[in-house]
Design a protein around this ligand. Sequence first.
Ligand code: KG4
Ligand code: ZN
Length: 362
Amino acid sequence: MTNYKTILAIESSCDETAAAILEQVDGSIKLLSSVVASSLQLQAKFGGVIPEQAAREQLKSIIPVISEALEIADKKIDQIDAIAVTQGPGLIGSLLVGVETAKTLATIWQKPLIPINHLIGHFYANWIEQSSAVSPQITVNTKLVAENRELKAESYSVPTFPAVGLLVSGGHTDLVYFKSASDYQYLGGTRDDAAGECFDKSARLLGLPYPGGPEIAKRAILGNPKHFNLPVPMLHSGDYDFSFSGLKTAVANLVKTVDLDDQTVNDIAATLQDTISAVLVKKAIQAVKDKQASCLMVAGGVAANQYLAAELQYQANRDHIPFYIPPAQYCTDNAAMIGAAAFFHPPVSSIFDVEANPNLGF
Ligand code: KG4
Ligand code: ZN
């Protein structure tokens, strides 16, 4: 871990503008504030993210969000030791707003700047001390996307290396082997759609609003996962890859053959959630065993799904694998995870060499 005590973090990779203040106390990472402004209501209206509109919303929100994060944390600028920012991947217009703001503030305030890969950042939500994570997450424009998972108030317990990480988000479904915080290896991932994309596209076919993941989760509670049959893609492929576009097509074909009444939508939602969870659980657990990792950690918006979390937890317990998943509100995009990651990454030597990178990978 770096020696910084207090970090201001900024995240603006897609349609959320977020800032957070985190503090390192005796080796644990406490969250002092986490503010997220989302243009979700706009996205819901158009059924998805429109990049130019998302960037415009980022510009409007970025300064108010940073000010609010400082205010809630009761920190003055001279109490901030470093600034962290999401460098990529994401939408270029959105990323630029966060990166250029962070560079400007770091220059004016004379603070070190720590660029963070958004994908890696997601995993570090698992390092936020959970008792501090209950501090209210204020949303500026809209309400929280994710449902609240009950927070554990137990002692600070974080993943240990080597770890296997499963990232499940709107754009990614990846398995990554972490030898250490800075030494990681991509094991496999989706060959087409991401798990979140499959939730979103299937929800649209079922007539549910965007983003589809939380809607499917809500409907699935009332559905029977065994009423319909959907193919479990690549369940036995023997590698760490996934494929979800065929599953979405199977939902499209199924929808054509049924009457989409409420119960049918619930049943299809439950089947879809169960099918996606089955393949994620199987491959993640297999990766931990193959790599002899000391734990499994999960991250990304889809990890906010309670059913998936419960299935992963159940299988990990059965196989005696320590399992880590962040509170649901820190699974979807936020700046707290970017700040937590920054405690494990060095600052750049030249601030103006940092550039937003929409295609940054593992
Ligand atoms: O990580 P994230 O907030 O943004 C990206 O970096 O992509 O993930 C967003 C994805 C969306 O596809 C959304 O539908 C999905 O996460 N999601 C969920 C749930 N909450 C969000 N999927 C399933 N169940 C949920 N409860
Ligand atoms: Zn994300």
